[in-house]
Design a protein around this ligand. Structure first.
Ligand SMILES: O=C(O)CCC(=O)C(=O)O
Ligand SMILES: [Fe+2]
Length: 441
């Protein structure tokens, strides 16, 4: 079965103008390996009140409209710009300030900013914080069925949320609850993709505009971190989408996870094997855990195959037979399935909620990408400016374990209309990106 599942795409599908995140990013995109210091296991973060997974990306330079967010907006509105380096609490506060403000100029400026965001690149505003007395506006752009930049801006759904009444949580003391009923459906019978070519997506900083070819090669990105381009064949991708869809529309399926205080991740999520959420992590709850569907055997087989493929690559590149020491084998008992709409994203974070034993051994995270491509960032620190970037395309498998196990990583943006048309036609996957990360607890 596994050999049938293998189809390496050795032709480069796209040439993507790439914005350089750091001087070294270009190197990563065009070379097959580089030397990096290991990520120390103790280097877990505690960044004050900054929640994990909150975005703190720099201003977007891309978008189908090739528009930059104006500096004024960035200053005034903090991280209501999805890429601004602020945390979620501040997000909501600055938004409230602007909306609750009697000052006409500020209100107008805020409205103009929303218009710009809707017409231009992306927008996404979190729910309010506790204790807020003013109304906030929530733009639910994480839900692909809500209007996005590729749909008409006048359809923008703005709903008012007062304090926590509509935030999905009963009180501050309770765990986040799934409020999405029915679960989110990652497929749609209607093809919701528009016809804009990927070339319209400008990742290039308009001032330097370099064009870098997206590599089609299997690559060791750093010790313990391997990118297997096109590892998942078309048929496998279709099967994975269909399986995830089937599981995902059931009660334990996709929902938008969040924190007790109300902010939410900019994606839809479902867990297999064992439940995880950003607030309670893996805290054992037999009621909920019994609801997590098993990881399909075919998925686990693919993970093991991918690790074997990575070992072969590591051995080839190093000229040794040391691969299992550099990248330990792993058999998954957890899979977190994420679906990102075109405006979805995930802030830089470490996957550090697995057991100490698992992390200590460097058991890898294995990540499958299906659908639209993603700008994936990774680095030794939780610092977007320093992070390196790589484009993850449909069918790619990324593995990070060993000394790269605690690497910071995140999804800066989803590249609209970049999914293979044949995949969308056959699987009916919505516009967006499906990502599966396999782990061992
Ligand atoms: O979507 C991705 O590529 C990364 C997902 C991820 O980091 C996570 O689920 O922890
Ligand atoms: Fe992660």
């Amino acid at each position: 079965m596994t050999s049938l599942y293998r189809s390496f795409s050795l032709t480069c599908r796209h040439q993507i103008p790439l914005r350089m995140y750091s001087p070294s990013a270009r190197k990563i995109m065009s070379s097959s390996s580089s030397t990096h210091s290991p990520i120390r296991k103790t280097q877990t973060t505690s960044l004050g009140s900054l929640n994990d997974y909150d975005e703190h990306f720099p201003p977007l330079t891309g978008g189908s409209q090739k528009r930059k967010v104006s500096p004024t907006s960035e200053v005034d509105l903090g991280s209501t710009n999805p890429s601004a380096p602020c945390h979620r609490g501040k997000d909501a506060l600055s938004l409230q300030t602007n909306f609750g403000c009697k000052n006409r100029d500020q209100g107008t400026r805020r409205r103009r900013f929303i218009d710009e965001e809707v017409n231009g690149t992306t927008f996404d505003v979190g729910a309010g914080t506790a204790g807020s007395r003013t109304s906030v506006v929530e733009l639910d752009s994480t839900n692909p069925s809500s209007p996005s930049k590729s749909s008409q801006s006048h359809n923008l759904k703005i709903r008012k949320v007062r304090n926590h009444r509509n935030s999905g949580f009963k009180s501050r003391d309770q765990s986040p609850k799934r409020t999405q009923d029915p679960p989110f459906d990652i497929c749609s019978s209607v093809l919701d993709r528009n016809d804009t070519s990927i070339n319209d997506w400008v990742l290039a900083d308009e001032t330097n505009g370099e064009t870098v070819e997206v590599s089609n090669k299997q690559r060791v990105l750093r010790p313990g971190m391997v990118l297997l381009k096109g590892f998942l064949s078309h048929d496998i991708q279709v099967d994975i989408v269909k399986t995830c869809r089937e599981l995902g529309v059931k009660p334990a399926g996709f929902y938008q996870p969040g924190y007790r205080v109300g902010s939410k991740l900019h994606l839809q999520m479902m867990c297999l094997g064992r439940n995880w959420d950003p607030q309670t992590k893996y805290s054992k709850n037999t009621d909920i855990d019994s609801k997590a569907p098993d990881i399909p055997v075919a998925f686990s087989v693919l993970v093991e195959e991918a690790i074997r493929e990575a070992h072969a690559l590591i051995d080839r590149e190093s000229g040794t037979e040391d691969a299992e020491r550099i990248l330990p084998v792993m058999s998954p008992d957890i899979c977190i399935v994420n679906f990102y709409s075109e405006t979805g994203r995930l802030g830089l974070h470490q996957d550090r909620d697995e057991s100490q034993e698992s992390i200590g051994k460097g058991l890898p995270i294995v990540s499958f990408s299906i659908g639209d491509s993603a700008e994936f960032l990774y680095g030794e620190k939780r610092d977007v400016e320093e992070a390196e970037g790589v484009i993850l395309e449909s069918g790619d498998v990324l593995i990070f374990g060993g000394e790269a196990r605690m690497i910071f990583h995140g999804v800066k943006s989803i590249i609209p209309n970049s999914a293979p048309m044949s995949l969308l036609n056959e699987s009916k996957l919505r516009t967006g990106r499906l990502n599966l990360t396999f782990r061992h607890f």
